[in-house]
Design a protein around this ligand. Structure first.
Ligand code: PGA
Length: 253
């Protein structure tokens, strides 16, 4: 049985005071509901040190939202994997659809970022997902399959179990529209088959998250599907009560 992972993606939200309050509330809530899942918050880079200190000694793991494909040098504005590791990041999101859409990140760039994360000892949360037009054209498996295959093509087989995958249909992100559990399960099963083609033993251990308007009222049914191993949570991760409710759904409590 795979352990569930609930990862908050704060996106470009927060501030020193709001972050402190949110982490304090989440930690207090976890003390009540207990921790039987992996739980993380992926925060904007300027707040890594603040949140590193705030989560120290707790069950909350720290993550970042992007990493450079490069190790160091003349890449203004970028943040390296080694830098993230210095702040005790465990996870880093790569290939979020907002980065693909607004920053022109190709499948190849996303793959290079996943490799860079692994080199620094970070767990990349590799995001994949189709647009509404692609789904309506019946291309979901082709698009999502291509996105994961490009990443897998640059990984050593032994590294497959060091990644997390997040299926985030673009049309469900921030829209309030969620894939039905059956729709998501179909894509998750396809993703696990792609992972298995590279490393069958690892594929059964990789956590495949669903993301896209996961909320307290739909988390339980999504997380009940056999290949949905957690959630990448945007909007609902900014409210402690909602985030905690999703953690409880993941934990079955
Ligand atoms: P959402 O975002 O939960 O607000 O839809 C999820 C994500 O983009 O990671």
């Amino acid at each position: 049985m795979r352990r569930k992972l609930v990862a908050g993606n704060w996106k470009m939200n927060g501030g020193l005071a709001a972050n402190a309050a949110l982490i304090a509330d989440v930690k207090a809530g976890l003390a009540v509901v207990g921790v039987q899942a992996d739980i993380a918050v992926c925060v904007p880079a300027p707040y890594l040190a603040q949140v590193q200190a705030a989560v120290a000694g707790s069950a909350l793991a720290l993550g970042a939202q992007d990493v450079s494909a490069h190790a160091s040098g003349a890449y203004t504005g970028e943040v390296s994997g080694a830098m993230l590791a210095e702040f005790a990041c465990k996870y880093v999101i790569v290939g979020h659809s907002e980065r693909r859409a607004y920053h022109g990140e190709s499948d190849e760039v996303v793959a290079a970022k996943a490799v860079a994360a692994l080199k620094s000892g970070l767990t990349p949360i590799v995001c994949v997902g189709e647009t509404l037009a692609e789904r309506e054209a019946g291309q979901t498996n082709a698009v999502v399959g291509r996105q994961i295959d490009v990443v897998l093509s640059v990984l050593d087989a032994a590294d497959v179990e060091k990644i997390v995958v997040a299926y985030e249909p673009v049309w469900a992100i921030g829209t309030g529209k969620t894939a039905t559990p059956a729709m998501a399960q179909d894509v998750h099963a396809m993703l696990r088959a792609r992972l298995a083609a590279k490393n069958a033993g690892a594929a059964v251990r990789v956590q495949i998250l669903y993301g896209g308007s996961m909320k307290p009222d739909n988390a339980r049914e999504l997380l009940a599907m056999s290949d949905i191993d957690g959630g990448l949570i945007g909007g609902a991760a900014l409210k402690a009560a909602d985030f905690l409710a999703i953690v409880q759904a993941a934990q079955g409590n």
